[in-house]
Design a protein around this ligand. Structure first.
Ligand code: ME8
Length: 497
């Protein structure tokens, strides 16, 4: 049994959960469920990022304490993830006292290693980003994200010697000691590391009063990004001793969008190298999507609530549509219209229709085991392509394997015309229906990571209980071993919209 540790970013608690957050979280959930399905020991971490000036300001505006504000907003994320069946193993919040304590220990460790020093920082600071920008990064003198004029600040602060890690990071990324995917994103990081001198990074803030106090000087707080990154360690129970790492460390996949890749591919590994902690195995930065051609943003007022979309298409429907719509890793556009089309074609007419067709044919029939050679070969190929796709995080390819299997089974029904066979060839009828039921069982497995509720409905219609489901995956992948004893009907899985 291998272990599999997967993380999403921890999302800013100041924002409401939106479809962008759901995208990463659903993708991570599909991988977590897939790895559980193949028998791996999985830990799936997500959570909320809860410090910083912006949060304090929003709380003030709402007449709440920052902690109350964080509690309320963080709970919204948990609720949304529950309604999307996100099977996380821990939901880390950076205001957890345990996170705070361990972060302080880690920072002390870096101070002792002389990798943190005191200095003065002067720069152009965007309050909304809580980030300094170099003049080069500004667009017409404005913050590239918020299009606001940054303020000039000078502050006492502590620096982390990021510059010391430039060479080793370059080498690690080049030699695949740290895998960054997709290739295009890796090249971006390499390009940056080759062309620019890494500057030491200011890791404390004087002005930010809602943060973790810097252990050496409590008039300063730790820069939110620095402590937020450490969630990946504190979230699995790290106590702050680099020599005693949790069982699940290092992460097998750290998932995020390209907007925060640099923090994860440069600052984060440098911090780990500094602490002498092994690096994550893979950092994967997927693309950004627009909704109906527009960037989702608070200022445009077009933030899409994932629950609203799940109410239209069901939670499983949304999970499927999110990952079917855009090749993972690339940018793309999604919209309600595209979702309706895909829902109707793939889920209502495709999967849903096939399941109800087969269950009706099998109603009240006693069916004995039969091994169809063609199908045995077909599912072998499907599983192999499907698994390869998921190992590569090519969700859309795994989905197209599922769709191709659905077409294959539909074609088989059309050829065999089983409704006629009851009168002409009862043996052949049995074999055809067995093959169809067995195909549904395979489909239930194939869709499980993507659509767990629907998968469970199919399993229960087939009379397969959960215990049998969890038996060895290699057994489950065989075609023609399972007996079907009590077939029941299920209500339409995906009503046509
Ligand atoms: O950056 N398309 O949190 P955040 C695809 N707290 N993915 C999107 C998206 C879109 N349009 N919009 C958001 C932070 N995302 C920090 C992270 S980690 C130590 C700290 C997803 O709430 C995507 O995963 O701004 C992106 O990386 C993340 O939300 C940013 O979430």
């Amino acid at each position: 049994m291998s272990k599999f540790y997967i993380t999403t970013p921890i999302y800013y608690v100041n924002d409401k959960p939106h479809l962008g957050h759901a995208y990463t979280t659903v993708a991570a959930d599909v991988l977590a469920r897939y790895h559980r399905m193949i028998g791996d020991k999985v830990f799936f971490l997500t959570g909320t990022d809860e410090h910083g000036l912006k949060i304090r300001k929003s709380a003030e505006k709402a007449g709440k304490t920052p902690q109350e504000w964080c509690d309320e907003n963080s709970a919204k994320f948990e609720l949304v993830w529950d309604s999307l069946n996100i099977s996380y193993d821990n939901f880390i919040r950076t205001t957890n006292p345990s996170h705070i304590e361990v972060v302080k220990r880690a920072i002390k460790e870096l101070v002792e290693k002389n990798l943190i020093y005191r200095g003065k920082y002067e720069g152009l600071y965007c309050v909304d980003c809580e980030q300094y920008y170099s003049p080069k990064e500004l667009i017409n003198g404005l913050c590239p994200i918020h299009r606001k004029k940054p303020v000039k600040l000078v502050e006492d602060c502590y620096f982390f010697k990021l510059s010391a890690f430039q060479k080793i990071l370059l080498k690690l990324i080049d030699d695949k000691g740290l895998i960054i995917e997709p290739e295009e994103r890796k090249n971006e990081v390499l390009g940056f590391l080759k062309s620019e001198k890494l500057e030491d990074i200011a890791i404390t803030r004087e002005r930010v009063r809602w943060g973790i106090p810097f252990p050496e000087n409590e008039s300063q707080t730790i820069y939110v990004w620095i402590e937020a990154l450490l969630n990946y360690l504190t979230g699995i129970g790290w106590q702050g001793d680099p020599k005693e790492l949790p069982e699940f460390w290092p992460p097998d996949i750290q998932l995020m969008a390209k907007d925060i890749l640099r923090f994860h591919a440069v600052v984060w590994p440098a911090m780990l190298l500094a602490l002498e902690i092994p690096l994550p195995k893979k950092i994967f930065a997927h693309g950004f999507f627009t909704f109906a051609g527009q960037k989702m943003s608070k200022s445009l007022g077009n933030i899409i609530d994932p629950v609203e979309i799940a109410n239209l298409f069901s939670s499983d429907g949304l999970r499927y549509l999110l990952l079917a719509s855009v090749p993972f890793g690339q940018d793309g556009d999604i919209s309600r219209g595209k979702f309706y089309d895909r829902y109707n074609s793939d889920l209502a007419n495709g999967l849903g229709n096939l399941v109800s067709r087969v269950l009706k044919l099998a109603k009240n029939k006693k069916i004995t085991v039969y091994r169809d050679k063609n199908f045995q070969e077909k599912v072998k190929v499907i599983w192999s392509n499907y698994q390869k796709a998921l190992e590569e995080l090519a969700f859309e390819k795994a989905i197209s394997e599922i769709q191709s299997f659905i077409s294959f089974v539909n074609q088989f029904i059309d050829e065999k015309e089983p409704w006629k066979l009851t009168k002409t060839d009862i043996n052949e009828f049995n074999n055809v229906i067995y093959t169809l039921l067995e195909s549904l069982r395979h489909l239930a497995w194939l869709i499980y990571p993507f659509m767990p509720e629907t998968s469970n409905k199919i399993f229960s219609a087939l009379g397969i209980d959960k215990d049998e489901k969890t038996k060895e995956f290699t057994e489950a992948k065989k075609f023609g071993e399972v007996k079907f004893e009590k077939i029941s009907q299920c209500s339409p899985l995906f009503p046509r919209l």
